[in-house]
Design a protein around this ligand. Structure first.
Ligand code: 5GP
Ligand code: MN
Length: 339
């Protein structure tokens, strides 16, 4: 755990100033939830705060309070850069290294002479921030933003908008409170957020009950493609660009598919490979159960990282070759996967 000197930060934030708040590229519920919640909070403190997202968020997050105020770096680059240059504080949330915002935005962040604040729960945080709050044992950055406000002695500032945003990120990053990272404190924070106005049932519906017929057909295709390798307790799913096109793929449609592999009895390691023709790469998601660290696996072989049980990475070769390479290194992990 790395903690912030809250006395120093509180006095640095004592007078209203301009603040930029940044989630990681391809933001998920935790990234958007934590940045929007912090945005509402900093505005309540009197600051001029703006969330700048590296790119667009999936449509199942568009209902979130304040979503319409987010500046998209990719589609509104000049405005985003101007806002970054004017900011005297940059908060980066839900990521551990500036490369996670994408190359172009990373360069623009590195040029800034601004004070950085990092709040994040991913492993091996980089040291670019003057104020770092890092705790890899916490399930979601949204839970950390709650603790951050607690340390700032500002829990009374949590209104229904903040509560809805924070609850969303905790819900999505814990797989609806089922992953091992979910603790008693997580439930206590969730309960406090409901008391402060988080509409838990509505949030669940807005996030999970927005399937389109084509998304369910894509799910069918993914499940049909699933391959189990019993000797390594591993399940592989893959989707080609042609399959994504066939089922009208929209951003967010593949969210959570990798978990189907893990739901099989005896499977400890689940992987999904998703071809991205436009970016000439294969996006990979890794999930594990138990002690096998997908963070280390992805760092070692697929230029990625994340958490012990959930990580992402990428392949630069074709879909077929990326999968073949994955299968070729699996035997090296037989001992770890047998545990
Ligand atoms: P997902 O598979 O859902 O994209 O990502 C799983 C987890 O790993 C998330 O917490 C995500 O932020 C993290 N992650 C995904 N891709 C990368 C990556 O390339 N590098 C790092 N360090 N973390 C990643
Ligand atoms: Mn997160």
């Amino acid at each position: 755990m790395i903690a912030i000197d809250y006395k120093a930060l509180k006095s640095a934030l004592a007078t209203p100033t301009k603040i930029a708040i940044i989630p990681h590229r391809n933001p998920d519920g935790d990234a958007i939830g934590s940045t929007l919640a912090l945005n509402h909070y900093l505005k309540k403190m009197g600051h001029e705060a703006v969330v700048i997202s590296p790119n667009e968020a999936p449509s199942f997050l568009h209902w979130m309070p304040g979503f319409e105020t987010i500046v998209n770096f990719e589609s509104d680059r000049e405005h985003a850069i101007k806002t970054l240059k004017e900011a005297s504080f940059v908060f980066t949330l839900d990521f551990n290294h500036l490369s996670r915002v994408g190359h172009d935005m990373q360069i623009n962040l590195e040029r800034l002479k601004t004070t950085f604040v990092m709040i994040d729960h991913h492993q091996q945080p980089d040291s670019y921030a003057q104020y770092t709050y890092s705790d890899t044992s916490i399930c979601a950055t949204c839970q950390m933003v709650y603790h951050f406000m607690e340390s700032m002695k500002d829990l009374d500032k949590i209104n229904p908008d903040i509560a809805n945003c924070l609850y969303t990120g905790i819900l999505t990053d814990t797989g609806s409170f089922k992953f091992a990272s979910t603790t008693a404190t997580t439930h206590q924070v969730a309960a406090a957020l409901i008391e402060k106005g988080a509409q838990n049932a509505e949030i669940h519906r807005a996030i999970y009950d927005t399937n389109s017929p084509s998304r369910l057909h894509l799910l069918g295709c993914a499940l049909k493609n699933m391959e189990i390798i019993p000797e390594f307790h591993t399940a592989i799913i893959h989707l080609s660009q042609a399959e994504l096109d066939q089922y009208n793929y929209k951003k967010g449609d593949t969210e959570g598919l990798v978990n189907y592999g893990l739901s099989i009895d005896g499977v400890e390691f689940a992987v999904i490979f998703i071809e991205n023709a436009a970016e000439k790469m294969v996006k990979i998601s890794f999930r594990s159960q138990g002690s096998f660290s997908v963070n280390e696996f992805s760092r070692a072989h697929f230029n990625g990282g994340g958490h012990d049980n959930a990580a992402g990475g990428r392949g630069e070769d074709s879909l077929e070759n990326t999968i073949a390479y994955f299968k070729s290194i699996l035997p090296n992990y037989k001992n770890q996967l047998d545990k």
